[in-house]
Design a protein around this ligand. Sequence first.
Ligand code: MN
Length: 263
Amino acid sequence: MPDPLADIRYELALANRILAHEGVLDAFGHVSVRHPKDPHRYLLSRSRSPELVEPGDISEYNLDSEPVRPLKLPPYSERVIHGEIFKARPDVMAVVHHHAAAFMPFVVAGVDYVPVFHLGATGGVKPPFWDQRDEFGDTNLLVVKPQEGASLARALGRHWMVLMRRHGVTVAGTSIRDVVFRSYFSARNAEFQTAAAAFGTVGPLSAGEAAQAALIGTKTTGQGRAWELWTARLAKAGGTPPSGGKSARPAAKSKRGKTRKKR
Ligand code: MN
């Protein structure tokens, strides 16, 4: 039986690999998407490094972050980050959680992120901080309890990015491509902000500039253009995900009757 989720599983595997290949994710971090037909579910890989995620690794969870079907392999321990944000924000369709090196000085020192170039506005103006210690005291800093995820979602509020003290960052988006675009360009902005601070002066966008520039991803051809580039860079490196094994559509036949080359 064809898998109705084959396309979105593939796109989610691709998003994981793109963000790893572009240096936002490493051994850790994850990307989720809300189920396209059931808003009370989301899709997320099993516990695996993002650069290796395949369509067949991706399972469905309800918004309490319980698997819809029994899992064969262990899930990410921090999946409540995704479930609790999808629960709190019906407008959010995709979530990335990462520990990108570019952001670590900000979350260690508690320095505000500000957009310092136009695409940096995709991360918002002074996105909020969340400190797990405030409500939960000493932990190992992993966000694993539903109450911890819910607290993080409250801190995110109406923003698109929340900085997690001494841990990392969580980014929300309106689609897989939107959340990848925000995650990538906010990480670049963090690099530029740090480099500019070394000169002694950071001159961020004005509030009006930031509001207009935040729409570049969706109101121009920018998002599709970036996605095409990142997909091509990944393909050149040989990192394109396999087409999905059992869970994906069977390989389509071309007009000449040959089976299409496996992606
Ligand atoms: Mn984490």
